[in-house]
Unconditional design. Structure first.
Ligand code: FES
Ligand code: FES
Length: 167
């Protein structure tokens, strides 16, 4: 089927099987490799992108439901990687292996777009669907708080000494 939608502001038409998930359209058809395949069953969040501004697991959205959608991937979050979250991610040295991180940032960005000053509970709820095998959760939370202008001082020191360096 042919389906037309927008990706990072650009009108796009692809001709794919109607059950092809958006994740594969992004990675294999459009060569946008930022969103990652982790589980393919909506359980890990590595494939998270924004669809109409909402954090969405792209492995779960088939081409048949894409018509007219406005999709933003990590590549399109900002023109220059200068989103407050991306800066905070650097400041807090968040990634370890990095595999989950595009999904984490996109989930966090959707949260801050609708709630610029999230509470701890808001962050926990919004990030609940994004797993990190490397256990970077404490640094993720600290970076989100820092990007939102909140204090990161109540973030406990992490499992490695590197967290203490950023406390
Ligand atoms: S790959 Fe989509 S949720 Fe895991
Ligand atoms: S940084 Fe390795 S899975 Fe999250």
């Amino acid at each position: 089927m042919k389906v037309s939608f927008r990706v990072n502001g650009n009108p796009t038409t692809v001709d794919v099987a109607e059950d092809m998930p958006l994740l594969w359209i992004l990675r294999d058809v459009l060569d946008l490799k930022g969103a990652k395949y982790g589980c393919g069953i909506g359980q890990c969040g590595a494939c998270t992108v924004h669809v109409k501004g909402v954090a969405t697991k792209s492995c779960q959205l088939p081409a048949s439901r894409l018509a007219g959608a406005d999709v933003v991937t990590i590549e399109g979050l900002t023109p220059d990687g200068g989103h407050a979250l991306q800066k905070a991610w650097e400041e807090h040295d968040v990634p370890q292996c990095g595999y989950c991180q595009a999904g984490q940032i996109m989930a966090a960005a959707a949260l801050l777009a609708r709630k610029p000053k999230p509470s701890d509970a808001d962050i926990d709820t919004a990030m609940n669907g994004n797993l990190c095998r490397c256990g970077t959760y404490l640094r993720i939370k600290a970076a989100i708080k820092s990007a939102s202008g909140g204090m990161a001082a109540d973030a406990p020191a992490g499992r490695s000494g590197t967290d203490a360096a950023h406390a």
